[in-house]
Design a binder for this molecule. Structure first.
Ligand SMILES: Cc1ncc(COP(=O)(O)O)c(C=O)c1O
Length: 408
């Protein structure tokens, strides 16, 4: 092997900025729900590139779509028309509440664009001077300044102050707090239907419906950040469908192109009027290659009934985690929906548990010290879930002495 983990670590130390704490694995290839490292070791993937590879790794139809597009036309910018962008916008309009799309390259960019759209809409379309954005504590909307200011985790923003003004945070699932925060200054409320990075906290159905009503009553836009919950993850194409709530604006990224970088801002025809030529843009946004990939992902979700699989296997997975909670006493709570699940541990051993799973060929994620998160490809099977549950059962039953310390 002319390239291995040691070489990758050496390069990181010499040439990469120190903003990630990476795990000691060098992945070299993937297929479906499986990944392989540089030593040839096989893993079952319960992270899917943090929720991006919804159709699994290296799906043949995505490869074919990308190869076809790459050999025809890679890039021209948004000064010109390209077919995949128009077709993707039409497809998203067909399958969502939205009438119009703007494409960018990531979730944070989609949220940045959503905030700009809301402020501009209020000024130009409504003729009102409203600029405040209300979001929830424990939310995560991204790392650029607008989306970071919206993110309700002050410790993430603190080292980068001053933040742009006009952002207010309220506790999640607290309708009274939302009622108090939204007023004639509010241009938009931005929420995740399920808070992902914050720890997998699911919005109560009356809460989301109540927020929608508060927005309507006060003339504010409702922006749903479906960057993590979208593209079938929760067992519906978009999570707000479970709630029978229709936002004015939605942001999507992660799973949209199955692992290639894309973001989308989707809006009703009314809200979309906020943007006029020159208001916003992106060199690569809506690039023909990623749009071709996204079109292939939509086709795969339908052909392979992956949204239905997320719902069915997700329910099985949730049930299995609840069984584990009953039998092991190490889990304090199981949360989530579809294939966006978390198990909160009573002890602060989430990182050790995640590392022990990795050693045993299961890729899972931890949030902080005591939350395990699972975001597998939507094609994951009940057998693969059984395999992980067996490993987790052994680790959690053994506690620190067996497995969790990494030595068993
Ligand atoms: C809900 C949500 N919004 C926004 C983002 C930021 O997306 P990106 O990392 O693509 O910029 C994330 C990323 O985890 C997310 O989960």
């Amino acid at each position: 092997m002319d390239y291995d983990l040691d070489k990758a670590r050496q390069q990181e130390q010499l040439y990469l900025m120190a903003n990630y704490s990476r795990l000691p694995v060098l992945f070299t290839h993937g297929h479906g729900t499986r990944l392989w490292d540089d030593t040839g070791r096989e893993y079952v993937d319960f992270v899917s590139g943090l929720g991006a590879c919804v159709a699994g790794h290296c799906h043949a139809e995505i490869i074919a779509a990308v190869a076809r597009q790459v050999s025809q036309l890679i890039h021209v910018t948004n000064l010109y028309y390209t077919r995949p962008q128009g077709e993707l916008a039409e497809m998203l309009a067909r399958y969502t509440f939205a009438d119009k799309a703007f494409f960018c390259n990531s979730g944070t960019e989609a949220n940045e664009a959503a905030i700009k759209l809301a402020r501009k809409y209020m000024r130009d379309v409504r003729g009102e001077d409203r600029y405040e954005v209300v979001s929830a504590f424990k939310s995560f909307h991204g790392r650029t300044y607008g989306s970071l200011a919206a993110t309700g985790q002050p410790e993430k923003a603190e080292p980068f102050h001053p933040l742009p003004p006009g952002f207010v945070h309220v506790p999640f699932n607290d309708l009274a707090a939302m009622e108090e925060a939204v007023d004639a200054q509010t241009c938009a409320v931005i929420l995740e239907p399920i808070q992902g990075e914050g720890g997998v906290y699911v919005a109560d159905p009356p809460y989301l419906k109540g927020v929608w009503e508060i927005c309507r009553r006060n003339g504010a836009l409702l922006i749903l950040d479906e960057v993590q919950t979208g593209m079938g993850r929760t067992g519906a194409l978009f999570a707000h469908e479970h709630y029978a709530v229709t936002p004015d604006v939605m942001t999507v990224a992660k799973g949209l192109a199955g692992g290639l970088p894309i973001g989308a801002l989707l809006a009703s025809a009314d809200a979309a009027q906020g943007f006029a030529p020159g208001d916003h843009g992106s060199t690569f946004g809506g690039n023909p290659v990623v749009c071709a990939a996204a079109l292939a992902v939509m086709t795969i979700l339908q052909e392979e009934q992956l949204v239905e699989n997320a719902s069915r296997v997700g329910a099985y997975f949730m049930h299995s985690l609840l069984e584990l909670q009953r039998s092991s006493a190490a889990i304090s709570e199981v949360r989530g929906m579809g294939l966006m699940l978390a198990a909160e541990l009573k002890e602060s051993v989430a990182k050790e548990t995640m590392l022990s799973c990795l050693e045993r060929g299961y890729v899972i994620n931890n949030i902080g010290d005591n939350i395990l998160r699972f975001l597998p490809p939507l094609s994951i099977s009940t057998r693969e879930v059984d395999g992980l549950i067996e490993v987790l059962g052994g680790l959690l039953a053994g506690g620190r002495q067996k497995g969790i310390s990494g030595e068993a």
